[in-house]
Design a protein around this ligand. Structure first.
Ligand SMILES: [Cu+2]
Ligand SMILES: [Zn+2]
Length: 162
């Protein structure tokens, strides 16, 4: 994942599980405290504002927010908590409605998607994006190895974003 200056501040690793897509995050250089964290709809991370990533990944047309009765977006995740040194170490969150395989809710559908970290806490309710403020880090979701698409879709299980 990259900050608005284009510096790499860490990684997130995505893994297909029976319960959904697991996201394992290691980043540094954030302000201490909670940060909104979502899958956004386009795999384009152009700083400094990362508006190129588009809105939240929302293939099912829901409202925003894990606490919203009419939500959540498939790309909504719990806040990341940065420690006093601004690091997020081995944080693990799930995307229960998403998949890395084929289908409407696939994070790899079309051109793919991206991960975005925000400056402030996602309140889990406000539209359209939890009132989480500026986008402070972005990374597109992509295959980890050499980028070759395996012929067996089950071998696409491990995706990594940088
Ligand atoms: Cu976001
Ligand atoms: Zn959302």
């Amino acid at each position: 994942m990259y900050n608005p200056d284009g510096d790499m501040i860490g990684t997130a690793k995505l893994t297909e599980r029976s319960e959904g897509v697991q996201v394992l995050v290691n980043v540094e250089g954030l302000e201490p405290g909670p940060h909104g964290f979502h899958v956004h709809e386009f795999p384009v991370c152009e700083g400094p504002d990362f508006t190129s990533a588009g809105n939240h990944f929302n293939p099912t047309g829901k409202m925003h927010g894990l606490m919203n009765a009419e939500g959540p977006h498939a790309g909504d995740m719990p806040n990341l908590e940065a420690d006093e040194s601004g690091k997020v170490v081995e944080a693990e969150v799930m995307l229960p409605e998403a998949t890395l395989l084929d289908g409407k809710n696939s994070l790899m559908k079309g051109e793919g998607t991206s991960l975005v970290i925000h400056e402030a806490i996602d309140d889990g309710f406000s539209q359209p994006a939890g009132d989480a403020g500026e986008r402070v880090a972005c990374g597109k979701i992509q295959l980890n190895d050499d980028g070759e698409m395996p012929t067996d879709p089950m071998e696409q299980k491990d995706k990594k974003e940088e």
